[in-house]
Structure formats: structure tokens, C-alpha cells
Design a protein around this ligand. Structure first.
Ligand SMILES: *Cc1c(COP(=O)(O)O)cnc(C)c1O
Length: 390
């Protein structure tokens, strides 16, 4: 059993109210129509399902056989990642609940920018907590948030610390404030809400696959931080047992180094940020900080539903190192002219191991969860990448 609401008594009624309100908008045709219109005209949906021909060719065997790789282009969304799908939905929900102020936490800044954008257009006050180290790594996203009118508050530490602070701020202002989670983690109903708003990715993928080749994908691949882009793609296909679901975590400097974000591979079950799931923790049960070259993957927890999909083996989970992700990022740039976020590069990197094992013409959909513009300073400072440039 995963998930739950492991929160102080004072929060229970607010979470229940949120759950009721969320359940009502899921079935409200007017809300859904407004959301679909916003995702289309503001967010840029639907995102293309792109046949990556040269990337597919790269994995062809000597006899010309190999899988066919498609990219689900979430990188083409407004604000640069899948985060906007959820941010616009929840900001609309906050507005409908009559709350004035939105509080959020961000790691790489993608969720912060998406939330700041969604709040700006609905005239909601927006407060974003971000770790000091992350602010230094992603200065452009900090600037974007400020330009969009958000208050960016620095927190000693990284994303997990920013999340704790955002929740604390919310608890102090329950009457006026809405906590906008970007993760499929945290107390119920947060994981369900984020999954619902992200499930548009998988729904579109099914429709596009039917249009393209009249069938389903054989394999879906997505990177896993908390699991929102992975679950957003997978959810639609969970009952299609013939579709393989593959999540790729960050192995950082290697699983043995202790510096990684491979929660499902290396974690143990515990309670954190209000829910039960796999967690990176010490032998005393203290949370251990996660590491990845992709800041958006640096969370020591993972969503309850992915924890369950691991145990039931409905989804498979693997991991790739920082170095493998950096090289996959460069490979996609060279072969397709697409600069993926370093988070998404983890999913792309796993193709190196996956493709040689697949049958000829297997249809693989890789979730390209975001674009890599934010990662240019990291790429530039990385000798093994910089050394390869002309
Ligand atoms: C935030 C982020 C992720 C990781 O979060 P999930 O909840 O696992 O999706 C992955 N890719 C990008 C581009 C992100 O911004």
C-alpha cells in the first residue's frame, strides 16, 4: 500500500476539500472544455509524435533491421516541458476555489516557470520556493519566474528542502493559499491530480499512434523523477498488457557512489512529504539527498503509483548515469537537431541498452519531457561534452 495522507490533523480538512473540488472538475464539462482550450491555445497542444528517423537508423543492425523510434514532443510545450499541462489545470482549480495565492516548489525551475505562467494569466499571486544551489544552476528560469510576477524565495538546500518549505508556507495560510504540486508524490489527492492533468500525454499518444500506424506503441520510455511525465504517458496504457512501460531513473555518478537519484532501484519504503513510497534513506531511516546532472530528477522520493507499478512489475525500471545522459543529449542534438532537457536525455540514453534487444520494427515512444535550453550552462561546463564540439 502506497500513498495516503500522512499529514498533521489541521491539514486533513483542506486536503478533503481539495479532493472534493478536484473530483467535481474532473466531471465538469465546462471546466474540461476551458482546460482543453487553454492547453491548445496557450500551451501549444497537441504536441507532435515525431518519427526520429536518424535516431532509428542509428540503432539499425547490419541487416537493416531495428526498432522505429518516435518522440512525444513535450519539449514543444509553452514554458518548455510537460509541467505546463498540470500547472494550468491546477491554477484553474485554485481560482475556482476562490484562493488568491499559489505556493509551489521547484527543482530545475521548470515547474516554477510553468506555475508562474499559469498564475499570471489568472491574476493569482505566485510564490515559488527554490534551493539556493538550484537557483545558481538555473538562473534563466529564476529570471523568467520573476518576469512573470512570481516571488522566488530561496531555501538553503535543494528541491526536497524547497518542497518542505512550500508545504510549511501553505499550512500557515490555508484560508487563502493553494499548494500547487508538480509531482505525482505528496499526500492524496496531489498524486491523483497531477496524474490526471498529465494523462493528456498518453491519450494523445494513443490517438496519434492509431493515425500513424493503426496500432499501439510496443514500448513507452520516460524518465522518472517523481514520475509525472512517466505516469502521464503510461496511464492511458496501463491496461494494455502488450505495451511495455519503461521508466528510467538517474544513476548519477553510479549506484555504488551513493550519488544518484535511483529511488526505485535503491530505495526502501517509508513516509515522506505526506505519503508512503520508495525513498532514498539512511539505515536510520533519515532521508538522503538525491543527485543527478538533471536537477529535475533530484528527488529522494517517487510517486506511490510508480512504487506500486514496480512491485506488481507492470512497469520496468532501469537507470542511466549522468555521463550516459549527457552523451544521449548530444546524440539527439547531432542526429535530430533536438536539444532535450537533461531529464529527458535519461530516457533517450536508455535506448542504447533497449534497442539491441527489441524485435524488428518495434514501435518505441520516448517521452521528450522538456527542452534543454536551461541546461546549456551545465553542458558547456562539462568537459566530456565540450571536448566533442567543433
Ligand atoms: C520536472 C521534470 C522531470 C521530472 O519530473 P517527473 O515528475 O518525473 O516528470 C522530467 N523532465 C523534465 C523536462 C522536467 O522538467
Amino acid at each position: 500500500m502506497y500513498g495516503g495522507k500522512f499529514v498533521p490533523e489541521t491539514l486533513i480538512s483542506s486536503l478533503s476539500e481539495l479532493e472534493t473540488e478536484f473530483n467535481s472538475v474532473v466531471r465538469d464539462a465546462e471546466f474540461q472544455e476551458e482546460l482543453a482550450k487553454t492547453l491548445r491555445d496557450y500551451g501549444g497542444r497537441e504536441t507532435p509524435l515525431y518519427l526520429a528517423q536518424r535516431l532509428s537508423d542509428h540503432y539499425k543492425k547490419g541487416n537493416g533491421e531495428g526498432p522505429v523510434i518516435y518522440l512525444k514532443r513535450e519539449d514543444l510545450n509553452h514554458t518548455g516541458s510537460h509541467k505546463i499541462n498540470n500547472a494550468v489545470g491546477q491554477a484553474m482549480l485554485a481560482k475556482r476555489m476562490g484562493l488568491r495565492s499559489v505556493v509551489a516548489a521547484t527543482g530545475a525551475g521548470q515547474h516554477g516557470v510553468a506555475t508562474a505562467a499559469a498564475c499570471a494569466r489568472l491574476a493569482l499571486e505566485c510564490i515559488v520556493y527554490m534551493g539556493t544551489a538550484d537557483m545558481e544552476k538555473q538562473p534563466q528560469n529564476v529570471m523568467s519566474m520573476k518576469l512573470m510576477g512570481a516571488q522566488v524565495r530561496s531555501v538553503e538546500g535543494n528541491f526536497k528542502d524547497a518542497t518542505s518549505q512550500a508545504i510549511r508556507e501553505w499550512i500557515g495560510n490555508l484560508e487563502t493559499s493553494y499548494y500547487l504540486s508538480g509531482m505525482v508524490a505528496g499526500p492524496h489527492p496531489c498524486p491523483s491530480m497531477v496524474r490526471e492533468f498529465q494523462s493528456v500525454i498518453g491519450k494523445e499518444t494513443r490517438k496519434q499512434a492509431i493515425e500513424r500506424w493503426g496500432g499501439k506503441p510496443d514500448v513507452l520510455v520516460a524518465c522518472v523523477g517523481s514520475g509525472s511525465n512517466a505516469l502521464g504517458l503510461f496511464h492511458e496504457f496501463i491496461r494494455d498488457e502488450d505495451v511495455r512501460l519503461i521508466g528510467v531513473e538517474g544513476a548519477g555518478l553510479g549506484l555504488d557512489s551513493g550519488k544518484h537519484s535511483a529511488t526505485l532501484a535503491m530505495g526502501e519504503v517509508g513516509v515522506y512529504h505526506g505519503a508512503m513510497s520508495y525513498l532514498l534513506q539512511s539505515t536510520e531511516g533519515q532521508i538522503v539527498g538525491a543527485h543527478s546532472v538533471a536537477v529535475g530528477l533530484e528527488y529522494p522520493g517517487v510517486g506511490p503509483e510508480l512504487s506500486f507499478l514496480k512491485d506488481t512489475r507492470r512497469a520496468e525500471f532501469y537507470n542511466v548515469t549522468d555521463e550516459e545522459a549527457l552523451h544521449a543529449c548530444q546524440r539527439l542534438c547531432r542526429l535530430e537537431g533536438i536539444l532535450p532537457a537533461l531529464e529527458a536525455s535519461h530516457a533517450v540514453a536508455f535506448l542504447e541498452k533497449l534497442c539491441p534487444t527489441l524485435p524488428n520494427k518495434a514501435k518505441v515512444v520516448v517521452n521528450c519531457s522538456g527542452r534543454g535550453d536551461k541546461d546549456l550552462p551545465t553542458l558547456f561546463n562539462h568537459d566530456s561534452i565540450n571536448g566533442l564540439l567543433n
